[in-house]
Design a protein around this ligand. Structure first.
Ligand code: AP5
Length: 213
């Protein structure tokens, strides 16, 4: 099963993709996590991407598309995947479709997670992430058992440099301008499902699983 999670920054894509990949037995592929991994390893792609990410801008399509095309070819993606953060532009969606077509594959479902701007700002302002396994937490809504430490792997929790207010506003604006057109794109293809992302993490999880099954 190949699934795309669409939604603004802070909609819960990472939280839900991790849980869906465990429930459905498919891999979670996050373009943001892949870029942050490049940064941590000090690659050229990582350092180029960082200047865009810090400002809340999208990394150019030509850098992202190749990175994802390589990732979905790996053996752990054979059974399917949940794509989180990719595609984000119509150009990226077209490139993904062309790459899949070559292998006789398609995207099964695209779930658009809807959350109000006020809620997004509250979520991103209180988010902490595990440096080791990337699991997201929230200081109020999804607090770790032990302060500053991941429940799953005991990794250190940190706050992302693009979760500061100026970058968050920019990311929300960029989403509206460059990613919202994908909702119409996938609606036209007949595989879009809309999911209310404002319930509890557990409620949203149930809605998503029933929407994609
Ligand atoms: P990326 O890492 O993809 O960030 P994003 O899309 O902005 O999304 P986030 O990771 O901020 O939020 P999320 O929806 O995953 O929410 P989460 O589950 O963490 O991209 C970062 C940057 O990389 C981009 O700005 C761009 O520069 C670049 N980039 C990445 N992909 C790219 C691409 N394809 N093309 C070009 N550039 C690209 O949840 C948020 C918080 O809310 C957490 O604290 C969580 O605990 C909490 N929470 C989650 N669900 C709920 C709930 N139901 N109720 C209450 N709290 C909740």
């Amino acid at each position: 099963m190949r699934i795309i999670l669409l939604g603004p920054p802070g909609a819960g894509k990472g939280t839900q993709a991790k849980s869906m990949s465990e429930s459905l037995g498919i891999v979670h592929i996050s373009s943001g996590d892949l870029l942050r991994d490049h940064q941590a390893r000090g690659t050229e792609l990582g350092s180029t991407a960082r200047s865009y990410m810090q400002q809340g801008l999208l990394v150019p399509d030509e850098l992202i598309i190749g990175m994802i095309q390589e990732r979905i070819k790996l053996s752990d993606a054979e059974k399917g995947y949940v794509l989180d953060g990719f595609p984000r532009t119509v150009e990226q969606a077209g490139a993904l479709e062309a790459a899949l077509e070559k292998q006789g594959e398609t995207i099964d479902r695209v779930a658009n997670i809807r959350v109000s701007e006020e809620e997004l700002i509250m979520r991103l302002g209180g988010r902490w992430i595990c440096r080791h396994c990337q699991r997201p937490y929230h200081e109020v809504n999804a607090a770790p058992r032990k302060h500053g430490e991941c429940d799953d792997c005991e990794g250190e929790l940190y706050q992302r440099e693009d979760d500061v207010p100026e970058a968050v506003s920019k990311r929300i604006k960029v989403f509206a301008e460059q990613t919202v057109p994908l909702i119409g794109y996938y609606n036209g293809k007949g595989n879009l499902v809309e999911v209310d992302g404002e319930g509890s993490i557990e409620d949203v999880r149930e809605s998503l699983l029933s929407a994609v099954s």
